[in-house]
Design a protein around this ligand. Structure first.
Ligand code: GRF
Length: 202
């Protein structure tokens, strides 16, 4: 069983999708063993508590620089023997020390079809504002491996979602979450967890 850590910052709807899919037996090779929030007010922490999952808040502002923050995050994950990391609405920057601690073991959900509307400054509603401003007819979500380049790692899964007349950023965000994010992230989690299990057996 691959031990999964989930990093969150906000409402935790992607975390909830992971929890619900694990309960439904759709992530047979993985188990969510820890939730780490970048702020102690994140509702995602409530969701973890309700699901009986251990959690911690590691706030960026408590650390002097990126290396110290990376090391604090890595040590709490390693204390819980976490083998793979899922970024689910996580909004803090992760530096090279974090990435190097989990090479090809970190996945992120981005609410657009990378390479569109991604990279520095594209997160949350801003992504959907940009898609609407550009007038795209199709957007969607991407799950990718995380490396040093923001939204730059290998793409694992993508799913298209149509943009409808009259969409506001909030309406579009909700549709992308429901029709893409909440489907792709659990699927990608199981893919990576299974790959890690197979490597452990080989
Ligand atoms: C959403 O914008 C989602 O697209 C992105 O992070 C934000 C919050 O997600 N992945 P969540 O509800 O905290 O999972």
């Amino acid at each position: 069983m691959t031990r999964i850590g989930v990093l969150v910052s906000g409402g935790g709807t992607n975390l909830q999708a992971l929890i619900d899919n694990e309960k439904a037996g759709k992530i047979p090779h993985g188990k969510i063993c820890l939730v780490v929030a970048s702020n102690d007010k994140a509702y995602a922490l409530e969701r973890a508590a309700k699901a009986g999952i251990p959690s911690a808040a590691v706030r960026r502002k408590d650390y002097s620089d990126q290396d110290a923050y990376d090391e604090a995050l890595v040590s709490v994950l390693k204390e819980h023997d976490i083998e793979m990391v899922i970024l689910a609405g996580f909004l803090s920057i992760l530096g090279p020390r974090f990435i190097q601690a989990y090479p090809d073991r970190i996945i992120n959900i981005h609410p657009a079809l990378i390479p569109s509307f991604c990279g520095k400054g594209y997160y949350g509603l801003k992504v959907h504002e940009a898609a609407l401003a550009k007038g795209v007819k199709v957007t969607g979500a991407t799950v990718h491996l995380v490396n040093e380049i923001p939204d730059g790692g290998r793409i694992l899964l993508q799913k298209a979602v149509e943009v409808q007349d009259g969409d506001t950023p909030e309406i579009l965000q909700r549709r992308v979450m429901e029709q893409a994010e909440w489907i792709l992230l659990p699927k990608a989690a199981e893919m990576l967890a299974e790959m890690i299990e197979e490597e452990k057996q080989s």
